[in-house]
Ligand binder design. Structure first.
Ligand code: SF4
Length: 235
């Protein structure tokens, strides 16, 4: 199917020379706890339920997390938070995932990212974000049932808005914060995209270690986001 074909293309992508070089470098400096791991070190495909009503947009894979295991958020601290919340609210079949063949499955949810290669210091360059944008735009075309979109953190929020605007969705300037709910008015057909189901954008702080360890994002705050998602979903 087309979504799977797209992800196979992503895995082979080499558009960003700085990131391609960095991915080769990362396994040469493995922390001791991962010394037996054979790192994925390629672009990461998005994954989840192709009929999902919820689309989660991360920032970028973590060098020692998804970039090691080969699946977004799998085996990293942000993933622990995200997968746990997804499980609590019925969008995943197990509360965590540490490697990509451990049977973890998403239901009614799809996970993608602003860029698909781990960047040095978690900071992608603007041109790298632009290089990767066409994959996200294509996913918006292919994920026809998405009703609620949830970018994780401010950068993913800004880039999601930019992508939606490129698809022709009229969105006024919106501010970022935790737990903001924005209604999206999408025409039945925008260009080539079928965004007719998309209704709501919900903002959240990223469940990064920096945010969760400092208490900027707590479990109740994160779970509130998922309660809102549940409320916003229509059959
Ligand atoms: S970040 Fe995206 S565009 Fe750049 S090399 Fe990786 S997959 Fe390709």
């Amino acid at each position: 199917m087309e979504l799977e074909r797209l992800q196979r293309t992503v895995i082979q992508c080499r558009k960003c020379p700085r990131l391609v070089a960095y991915l080769q470098e990362v396994p040469q400096h493995k922390p001791r706890r991962y010394r037996d791991w054979d790192y994925w070190s390629k672009p990461l495909p998005s994954f989840g339920d192709p009929h999902a009503r919820v689309l989660i947009v991360g920032l970028a894979p973590a060098a020692q997390g998804g970039n090691r295991t080969g699946r977004m958020f799998t085996g990293d601290r942000s993933g622990e938070w995200l997968f746990n919340a997804l499980y609590q609210f019925g969008f995943a079949n197990q509360p965590n995932s540490l490697w990509r063949d451990d049977g973890f499955k998403l239901d009614d949810c799809y996970i993608t990212a602003t860029i698909r290669c781990a960047p040095p210091k978690n900071k992608p360059l603007p041109e790298e974000i632009e290089n990767c944008r066409p994959y996200f735009l294509k996913e918006l075309d292919l994920l026809k049932k998405v009703q609620v979109i949830v970018p994780l953190g401010q950068i993913a929020f800004a880039q999601t808005l930019k992508s939606l605007r490129q698809k022709g969705v009229e969105i006024p300037p919106l501010s970022f914060g935790h737990g903001k709910i924005y209604s999206l008015r999408t025409p039945n057909s925008v260009g080539n995209a079928d965004l007719s189901s998309l209704r709501t954008l919900i903002t959240t702080y990223h469940p990064s270690q920096q945010n969760t360890q400092t208490g900027k994002l707590t479990r109740p705050m994160f779970h509130r986001i998922f309660r809102t998602i549940e409320k916003k979903l229509e059959l």
